[in-house]
Design a protein around this ligand. Structure first.
Ligand code: ZN
Length: 167
């Protein structure tokens, strides 16, 4: 008499585990010039005079006929008071009579950027330094030829770097 012997399958199945390759996602967040714009309020306060801070970082406006440069006709370059980027030159400066330093053009068009400003119930175009984002003033369309523009800039937002003059 045969007894059915249970057969034990010793041959277990082998599971093949395939490890999927993980894609390494590299974040490329290299933004140039970020360092300048990303200064903290405290850092700007250290760097700027109270008047410069009020204008450049708080979009303030100096009173007309009080600034350092509205009457200046010294030849030279006008740099951003926040980051020293060259913005205007004395060649484009003209006496607009408005009480602020006025220029009919910028040194390089990419030195500034503009933004619509609707404050004080007026529609104006704000002018900012493209490098540090500092508020410089406003631009109006009542300037002289050839541009017809008047960049009305706060003295405290700029620093004159005068040309060397032969003695
Ligand atoms: Zn600047």
């Amino acid at each position: 008499m045969f007894r059915a012997r249970p057969t034990v399958s010793s041959g277990g199945s082998f599971a093949c585990v395939w490890l999927s390759l993980r894609l390494l996602q590299t974040m490329e967040a290299k933004r140039k010039n970020e360092g300048m714009s990303k200064k903290s309020e405290a850092e700007w306060k250290d760097l700027l005079t109270p008047e410069q801070f009020e204008i450049l970082r708080r979009k303030g406006t100096e009173r007309p006929f009080t600034g350092q440069y509205y009457q200046t006709d010294t030849s030279g370059r006008y740099l951003c008071a926040g980051c020293s980027q060259e913005l205007f030159t004395s060649e484009e400066k003209f006496d607009s009579g408005c009480g602020w330093p006025s220029f009919y053009d910028v040194k390089e068009s990419n030195a500034i950027r503009t933004e619509e400003d609707m404050s004080f119930f007026m529609r104006r175009v704000e002018v900012l330094c493209s490098s540090c984002d500092g508020h410089l003033g406003h631009v109006f369309e009542d300037g002289p030829a050839p541009t017809g523009l008047r960049y009305c800039i706060n003295s405290a937002a700029i620093t004159l770097d005068p040309d060397e003059v032969d003695p």
